[in-house]
Design a protein around this ligand. Structure first.
Ligand code: MF3
Ligand code: CO
Length: 243
């Protein structure tokens, strides 16, 4: 898991580094595809199936009002001031690493800078609660509190998740809920914690591609995700780059 997660983190960081205004989202996805291959891994998103839908891209690239699971497109170009979310999920020697980040392209709007800072803070504070015996609800409640106190909303239709031999395992890790709810964490569990935060309404709608979730009010959204291991005395963030 550590190795898979390190690869996922490295690919995510390198994709963020090459982003520049004028680039289209298909080329950015192709860059991610190459980096994943160079590091000896496979995309866990490519050909991921949900019912009769097959995910066609290698990473998820979601711009502005797109929340998650955006598909790189030749006709979608990244512009100065855009809010760009990249989600990289890889399989390496049978195990998964999953992480995501939102960046502003060039100079962002102050409102977007705050949206990103709050989403990252919600993730950091949620991770700080992870230790054996804590309940999943503590993670959920922490994210919701940070986000709502800042005046933003948490997406409810998608959740974080256990992760390991497959991308989505038990338990579900919602970004809202009661502190004293949900299963207890145990040493050795690995969780993908991933607040998805909207500037306006929490409500989502789906694009016709069947995958891309967008905000119903078309205001912007941010997404940060780490894969985290429950250790005997707390936690270890696994999706960190190798230096
Ligand atoms: N990190 C994303 C998730 O947990 C990866 C999704 S890949 C996709 O949902 F194929 F479902 F898009
Ligand atoms: Co995930």
């Amino acid at each position: 898991m550590r190795e898979a997660c390190r690869i996922a983190a490295t690919v995510l960081a390198e994709m963020c580094r090459v982003v520049e205004p004028g680039m289209n989202t298909y080329d950015l996805d192709q860059y991610g595809k190459r980096k994943i291959a160079e590091l000896g891994a496979k995309s866990a998103c490519y050909q991921y199936r949900v019912r009769d839908l097959v995910f066609p891209a290698h990473t998820c690239i979601s711009l502005n009002e797109e929340i998650i699971h955006g598909i790189g497109r030749l006709d979608r170009s990244i512009e100065e001031g855009d809010n760009l979310s990249i989600d990289v999920c890889v399989r390496y020697r049978g195990l998964i690493g999953d992480n995501a980040r939102t960046i502003l392209v060039g100079r962002g709007r102050p409102e977007d800078e705050r949206l990103l800072a709050v989403t990252r803070q919600a993730l950091d504070e949620a991770i700080s609660r992870v230790r054996p015996g804590a309940r999943v609800g503590e993670i959920s409640h922490t994210v919701q509190t940070v986000v709502e106190e800042a005046g933003f909303s948490v997406v409810r239709d998608f959740v974080g998740h256990g992760v390991g031999h497959t991308m989505h395992e038990e338990p579900q890790v919602p970004n809202f809920g009661r502190r004293r709810s949900g299963p207890r964490l145990e040493e050795g569990m690995t969780l993908a914690i991933e607040p998805m935060v909207n500037a306006g309404t929490h409500r989502v709608e789906m694009l016709k591609d069947g995958w891309t979730a967008v905000t119903r009010d078309h205001r912007r959204s941010a997404h940060f995700e780490h894969t985290v291991l429950v250790t005997p005395d707390g936690h270890e963030i696994l999706t960190v780059e190798k230096n």
